[in-house]
Design a protein around this ligand. Sequence first.
Ligand code: PLP
Length: 394
Amino acid sequence: MKPIYLDNNATTQVAPEVVEEMLPYFSQFYGNPSSMHTFGGNVAMKIKEARAKVADLIGAQAEEIVFTSCGTESDSTAIWAALRANPGKRHVITSNVEHPAVKNLCEYLARNGYRVSYVPVDKKGLLDVDALYSKLDDETAIVTLMWANNETGVIFPVEKVAERVRKRGAVFHTDAVQAVGKLPIHMGENEIAMLSLSGHKLHAPKGVGALYIRKGTKFAPFLLGGHQEHGRRGGTENVAAIVGLGKAAELAAAKMEEENTRVKALRDRLESGLIQAIPNAIVNGDLEKRLPNTSSIAFEFVEGESILLMLDEFGICASSGSACTSGSLEPSHVLRAMDVPFTAAHGSIRFSLSVYNTEEEIDLVIEKLPPIINRLRKMSPFWNQPAGVCRTTV
Ligand code: PLP
């Protein structure tokens, strides 16, 4: 059975065009791009082409792109680079809704002699920009903020903030893993110093990412080794995956319009269909400042994990909170930061679409999910009780 895949913020299908572009780089063109011979040199040329395509997608220059193994590596590289390049500064500012790739590193830093300040969000998941500005000081080495939230899709005004941060003498990094390919990005028109992206979120394979480093940004490599990536990331390149990321970037640029019209319309159809059919269903996060493909919906008084299991019986794939944190029954730190009540956070499901989704798939979810919620609510000890009863259980 072909799944109805609505979990594209967790990972995406590798585009068939991407697979096709990659295959010869396993079996035919397997040379090492650092080799002196033409066989290796041709591979280096293909990497150069991929670098230009990734740069084009975000309006950057090719020399500003460093290939990495994933979004997490890009995030770690950026944060450590800013700290190592500015050893006198030991203050980091971030938000309290970051992906674990940033959150866990910041928590490590806080345990190891750095001062970390967390900027709150409001009930819609929007960043408290003034709180951020008030935390900037002479010791601030880096401000790291996600461009778009992986759970709710809520967008932060990173371009605006970056300008202020640079003027205050700190480095601004954005984790744009969920934004790249979904939102237009023009690095030539903003002051963001570093930006992370990940291949598997935009129809390239897993195991490849990139870090944008603005020319002139003080940098210290995370992986010390060979001279690859102009000494900014040692290690023989994951050639086939880099070639795939280049092709995926080209496709994403061509499909950006579709993402923001057809995919967005499908997302809205799903959201309104479910909200009309299911009482006590509430969208988490700001309705406007949001990725076009993401909808996080709280089905109050039921367990998200139970919903997922029952959807799974119909081949429908979604996620409760972040895919990286599901497996634990703790309500997501993102929804907690937004002050979503416990009984709503627990019943929250994230649907994340892609250009491969169809109207028929969406209509099937709108048909199958309401009876599932109905069944689960009949079993729920919280359903039909006065709201106050369950909201005090936290
Ligand atoms: N940052 C965000 C916002 C993400 O959504 C993810 C993955 O879910 C990551 C970072 C980590 O990316 P990767 O899985 O490529 O390490």
